[in-house]
Ligand binder design. Structure first.
Ligand code: SF4
Length: 325
């Protein structure tokens, strides 16, 4: 068993054995550079030097019925978080146009809440139409959509459906007790069946183990999702995880690299918590950890970094943003 064996398997698309996965997890910190080099090699073999840029708008915020332990928008925790209903399609399109001017090719309309009512559905359809007209891929993160809602939005021009599983089925009940993990898995399957580009991933640093991380990656692989957003906990005062330690950058880099080995042909997008864990200083390593996408601009309830500096780092890492459609 060696890193070389795992690398060869990932390059050829062969599933890693449990022993390969354990080997990567147990790799000492002084071999992290080697691991990242392999992960970057796998991404280059599959995706070349392209990097996909996406951005989001927090289009409906706060008072969520669910109690996800990391989330400021849960109505259960009393954390300070903006609260407003779905913003207008015009405001969403204006934010999409601004993102497009920064070279962003996918734009996510993200909303708090678990289920979607008719009024919001009509608002989403209009926003999707306006975003598509701008030449940016409209993605939606609205909670759980049923088949007919997915179909209606696809007809309006929706391209991507985002719904995170957040963590493993084993750890989920420690993170959320207001709905079952299986409901989220069903939502992801429904998005896939509707023929949408499904973006589903998780959040790391919420107290989960390496086994939980592997379990999530293997399930995402099985579900066939083409895109996996990777978020890192930014502990927010007032949430149950306010006192949780922020992940060490080395551990977060290892998670990204491990996901590249486990999901060699999927887009891995670095999203929320990127700045919390890595700051502005370690972007270069992050861009060479196996990831193929970067969320730029602000996140849901936290500020993002400077997009111009992201572009500079991307160029310095020898990567090229995916062209606009
Ligand atoms: S993560 Fe989503 S579902 Fe969970 S509390 Fe936050 S807004 Fe609600």
């Amino acid at each position: 068993m060696s890193l070389k064996t795992a690398y060869r398997k990932a390059l050829s698309g062969e599933q890693l054995a449990d022993s390969d996965i354990r080997f990567i997890i147990d790799l000492p910190q002084d071999r992290l550079g080697e691991l990242l080099e392999c992960a970057h090699g796998i991404r280059t073999a599959r995706f070349g030097n392209k990097i996909s840029l996406c951005a989001i708008i927090n289009a409906k915020s706060g008072t969520c019925s669910e109690n996800c332990s990391f989330c400021a928008q849960s109505g259960h925790h009393g954390a300070e978080s903006p609260e407003y209903p779905l913003v207008s399609a015009e405001d969403i399109a204006a934010a999409g146009a601004a993102a497009r001017a920064h070279g962003v090719t996918r734009f996510g309309v993200v909303c708090s809440g678990k289920l979607v009512g008719d009024d919001d559905l009509a608002g989403f359809a209009e926003a999707v139409k306006q975003l598509a007209a701008l030449g940016i891929a409209p993605d939606l993160s609205p909670g759980i959509l049923d088949r007919s809602q997915l179909k209606a939005l696809k007809n309006a021009g929706l391209q991507g459906y985002h719904h995170n599983l957040e963590t493993s089925a084993s750890f989920f009940p420690q993170m959320c007790t207001t709905h079952a993990y299986e409901e989220d898995v069903r939502a992801v399957r429904a998005g896939m069946e509707a023929g949408l580009y499904v973006c589903s991933g998780g959040i790391f640093g919420i107290g989960e183990s390496w086994e939980d991380r592997v379990e999530l990656a293997l399930l995402l692989g099985e579900l066939g999702v083409p895109s996996v957003p990777m978020n890192f906990l930014h502990p927010i005062p007032g949430t149950p995880l306010e006192g949780q330690d922020v992940l060490a950058p080395e551990e977060a880099l290892k998670i990204v690299a491990l996901y590249r080995f486990l999901l060699p042909d999927r887009a891995l997008r670095l999203c929320g918590g990127r700045l919390t864990v890595f700051g502005e200083e370690r972007k270069h390593e992050l861009l060479q950890s196996g990831a193929t996408g970067l969320m730029v601009g602000d996140y849901l309830t936290t500020r993002g970094g400077d997009v111009a500096s992201d572009h500079k780092e991307i160029t310095q890492a020898g990567l090229v943003p995916e062209p606009l459609g």
